[in-house]
Write a protein of this length. Structure first.
Lengths: 343, 299, 324
């Protein structure tokens, strides 16, 4: 079912409006919160160079120009990825943000590739065996897991891993191993890079280090997807079209596969998308503080501690853009697989 | 009839349910704890974050009759800190949900009731704020304001109200089209009365139930922000802060050398959240006829 | 004569949510439908007619209890509380659902509907099922163009025809139609009914039509039964029942519908349908009956009417108020 361009256009237009709103909002925060915006933008510099750095920041922001020009300029800089040099890392802000995104995305994508199918399976399975011991177990488990703080669970997992195997999952890959085998991160997705280079030692090491945080983060999407798909299957089983299919002699397996599952996939995709954007924050918290992985979380903490205002604000803006993009993409996917959505 | 009356009936109807009883007990226990903890804590000053005299000899002691949950990296009694943190948890969870609910209700109902430009603008604002991760707001506040409750609460409310606005809008949209609301308008009843009595009064129940179950999510998210060190100042009795201190002082080794530092605050977050969830779940099932219907694989 | 459906002493009840009581929708019904009949089950909402039809189609919901026996072409489908519809659904009995808008999966094309039904009942492959589908669609007056459509792209009348075509395609000997005309526009009703009548006459499909609309279905059906509060109160050949209604309820039903060419005052039915929680042996129409007598606190037997062939009625007045 082809999605008409009109729908995509409308959806994307709305998203761009929202993104611009967020950029304006953050610029206004920069201007009107206590303190000189140029000083903040320059990263609260001290010493003899301070005056010069603040002057540069003032010019970069164009603070002497009227406010609408400043905002337009700022929006332009955001979309061209040109927010200057990071104070803390001494490399372009865009580079810092990109490396953070690839690291966190690797963790999140890994998590979701496992979590969504598992949650779907659990939800369907317990719906089809409603009231069974398996069903009530999954129900109670999902309630408990949904109440568990992810970072705490991550710590418990690390603790268990350390006390049983002596392995402490820390960082994205063993630095020593990576240098000794000549591992070269090209895409920034270490698992992918290691596979492409045939570096199985690094792949295994990276895998062992990604699994514990992924486990902790996966709890939320597994719970949400299982819960939602159970309810959806239950509702689908009550649909008139399932009843009529039964009466026409369609077998149980066909009904489940073609009449029930087809109807729950679009809403499951949508709920997974919502869970995904929620998990980004989860991942940032868990990866940085608990598992010591580089990523958006560690960049956030670093930029805060080093008063690297540009990176902080760039992180906030690009995180929001990412949020909205995921939501938009999910909406478009969902609309394109539901034949009822006349677009 | 005030809108809260059917809600009390709803709660009453569910009182005999097992899950509801557990949820209610946990919630009441935490509420009571948050009120009395400063009087029953063995070391209330340490609970508030003051470092005791002679702390070197008291650092990282494992749980014992004297220090029930052990001591932390600065030699403070963890038990006192953890139970006194229940107050911060209650304050954050309730104020975030309450404020978001009020703002969301107003925006959602207005958008549904007054169509046209009002609807368009309010929906755009809702969409805008739904799209911002609360951690981003916390980041902005952390850059510009002193640490404290206001950082956590404002940054969560900034994004949360939009969710309530959205569900209120969806429910209210279904109601304002109904004949009796149209008739009420035609009969010349003032908009304020129609909105309060015939719109809010009708849709409030599922939204209140949603709010109860969100108390848990608010606590989880607030703890996350505090755990990142973005919210409350170090030393403050708060479960997120206690966890953060354990980790920022020692790194991940904290878990292996002093597991109690991590275990107890996390456990209290888990229990409190669980309490809210168990409280809300039976109510939700009660209200949602789709969840009540019997179904099974019958063919 | 082969019996397509034989119910003996069948009761069907719904268990309430708290599993505290059972509402009996069908109570100790005996009924026989011969092969080739077009049988019409008439009654008000809540009379149990749809429940009874669902039992024959094999789609009773899970919170239902049954008693008695139900045979379909001599195969025991319901034996007291156990059901076995394997091999019957689709192959022997097929079904035309009540609501065309919700009875087709919105996620499957019409062709896929046919394919899943025909593969699971007759083991057809894609190609063969497509040919069978085109043939069935032709019978209901639709062309093959609809095969590629999703249900929501069709009009209500077309959806109803598609449902009929699917029910036909697997060559079932009995077709149960639950209120086939209630959800479609008045101008389409006649054509759907004519279509059903044609199927009955030309393809010798046994029809069971459930309806509350006595007037229009009488065109199609050669036999009918009137159901009230889970019981059949009058049954016989359509002409005989319509011309010479015996039961006070049947008479009132006929009084409240307009018949073409007959000038008469229309009278609304008095009273409300009852919900049977306790299956007591009393006449279900007693409280609403204008001619109720003392005897009516007992359940009347189903007695033949005069010399009219197979016309039975369940009323004390007509048996002279005497039990056997």
């Amino acid at each position: 079912m082809p999605v008409s361009l009109n729908y995509i256009f409308k959806r994307v237009l709305l998203s761009i409006l929202v993104v611009i709103g967020v950029i304006v909002f953050s610029y206004i925060l920069l201007l009107y919160t206590p303190g000189d915006p140029a000083v903040k933008w320059a990263g609260n510099p001290r010493g003899p160079e301070a005056r010069k750095a603040i002057e540069i920041a003032r010019r970069e922001l164009g603070l002497d120009q009227p406010i609408h020009v400043q905002i337009a300029q700022f929006i332009y800089h955001v979309f061209t990825g040109n927010l200057g040099l990071s104070i803390a890392y001494k490399v372009p802000v865009s580079q810092v943000i990109t490396s953070g995104f690839t690291a966190t995305l690797e963790l999140l994508i890994f998590t979701y590739l496992l979590a969504v199918p598992l949650g779907l399976w659990l939800g369907i399975y317990s719906a089809l065996r409603r009231g069974s011991r398996f069903d009530s177990f999954i129900q109670s488990l999902s309630v408990v897991l949904a109440s568990t703080p992810t970072f705490w669970l991550g710590a418990i997992i690390a603790l268990i891993s350390y006390s049983t195997t002596g392995f402490l999952p820390y960082g994205r890959v063993s630095y020593k191993l990576a240098t000794s085998t000549g591992f070269n991160p090209i895409t920034g997705f270490y698992l992918l890079d290691a596979l492409i280079q045939g570096n199985y030692a690094v792949f295994l090491d990276a895998l062992l280090r990604i699994i514990p945080p992924a486990l902790a983060i996966s709890v939320y999407p597994i719970g949400v997807v299982a819960r939602v798909s159970r309810t959806l299957v239950a509702e689908a089983l009550l649909e008139d079209y399932v009843r009529s299919a039964v009466a026409w002699g369609v077998r149980r397996n066909t009904i489940i596969k073609h009449f029930v599952l087809k109807s729950i996939i679009p809403p499951v995709i949508q709920i997974s998308g919502l869970a995904f954007v929620y998990s980004i924050v989860d991942a940032m918290v868990v990866e940085s503080l608990v598992f010591g992985r580089e990523g958006l979380g560690s960049i956030l903490l670093d930029s805060l501690h080093k008063a690297d205002f540009r990176v902080t604000i760039a992180l906030a803006i690009y995180l929001t853009i990412f949020y909205i993009s995921v939501n938009t993409i999910v909406d478009i996917i969902q609309a394109s697989i539901d034949p009822r959505v006349k677009i | 009839m005030p809108p809260s009356l059917p809600f009390i009936r709803l709660v009453h109807r569910n009182l005999r349910k097992y899950r509801f009883k557990i949820g209610l007990s946990i919630t009441i226990a935490i509420l009571v704890l948050s009120l009395v903890s400063q009087y029953i804590a063995p070391y209330p000053r340490e609970g508030l974050g003051y470092v005791p005299v002679g702390e070197e000899s008291r650092r990282l002691l494992p749980p014992s009759p004297q220090y029930l949950f052990g001591t932390d990296t600065l030699g403070r009694d963890l038990f006192s800190r953890v139970i006194m943190a229940s107050r911060s948890a209650i304050i954050q969870a309730f104020s975030v949900v309450f404020l978001s609910l009020i703002i969301g209700l107003i925006v959602g109902v207005l958008a549904a009731y007054f169509k046209g430009l009002v609807e368009l603008v309010l929906n755009y604002l809702t969409e805008l704020f739904m799209a911002i991760p609360s951690i981003v707001i916390a980041l902005f506040f952390r850059l510009t304001l002193e640490a404290g409750f206001h950082v956590v609460i404002i940054s969560l409310v900034t994004t949360w109200w939009a969710w309530y606005a959205r569900i209120t809008y969806v429910y209210a949209k279904g109601v304002v089209e109904l004949d009796y609301v149209v008739l009420a308008k035609l009969s010349g009843l003032s908009p304020a009365k129609i909105i309060m009595r015939h719109v809010v009064g009708v849709i409030i129940q599922p939204i209140l139930v949603q709010a109860i179950s969100d108390l848990g999510s608010a606590l989880l998210e607030a703890s996350g922000i505090n755990f990142m060190g973005l919210g409350l100042p170090p030393g403050y009795p708060d479960w997120g802060v206690i966890l953060y201190e354990g980790i920022s002082e020692m790194g991940i080794i904290a878990f292996t050398r002093a597991p109690w530092l991590v275990f107890y605050p996390g456990l209290f977050i888990l229990l409190t959240t669980l309490g809210f969830t168990l409280l809300a779940d039976p109510l939700r099932e009660d209200l949602d006829p789709r969840l009540r219907r019997r179904w099974k694989l019958w063919f | 004569m082969v019996l397509a459906v034989r119910a003996s002493g069948i009761s069907i009840g719904y268990i309430d949510e708290e599993e505290e009581y059972i509402v009996w929708a069908v109570r100790r019904v005996d009924l026989a439908i011969e092969e080739g009949d077009a049988f019409c089950l008439v009654g008000e909402s809540g009379s149990g007619k749809t429940t009874f039809a669902n039992a024959i189609a094999g789609i009773l919901p899970p919170h239902v209890v049954t008693r008695g026996k139900l045979y379909i072409f001599d195969r025991l489908a319901i034996d007291e509380s156990t059901w076995n519809f394997n091999g019957l659904r689709g192959r022997v009995v097929s079904y035309i659902p009540q609501n065309p808008g919700t009875s087709l999966s919105p996620f499957l094309t019409i062709e896929e509907h046919f394919y899943h039904v025909l593969r699971d009942t007759l083991r057809y492959d894609r190609e063969k099922s497509r040919r069978a589908a085109i043939e069935a669609l032709l019978k209901v007056g639709l062309d093959r163009g609809v095969l590629e459509d999703y249900p929501h792209e069709l009009s209500g009348g077309m959806q109803q025809r598609v449902l009929i075509a699917i029910a036909l395609a697997s060559n079932a000997k009995i077709i149960v139609a639950d209120e086939p005309t209630s959800a479609i526009d008045a101008n389409l009703r006649a054509s759907v009914l004519q279509l059903l009548g044609k199927l009955n006459r030309e393809y010798r499909v046994t029809l069971l039509i459930v309806t509350h609309d006595l007037a229009s279905t009488s065109i199609v059906c050669n036999r009918l039964a009137v159901m009230l509060a889970g019981k059949i109160v009058e049954t016989g050949r359509t002409i005989s029942v319509l011309r010479n209604p015996q039961h006070p309820y049947t008479k009132m039903l006929l009084d409240c519908i307009p018949l073409l060419g007959v000038k008469k005052p229309l009278k609304p039915l008095p009273g409300e349908p009852i919900q049977v929680v306790e299956d007591k042996a009393i006449c279900p129409f007693r409280e609403r009956c204008p001619r109720a007598i003392d005897k009516c606190v007992e359940e009347p037997p189903l007695k033949p009417v005069g010399d009219e062939e197979s016309h039975y009625v369940k009323c004390w007045i007509l048996t002279g108020g005497e039990s056997e």
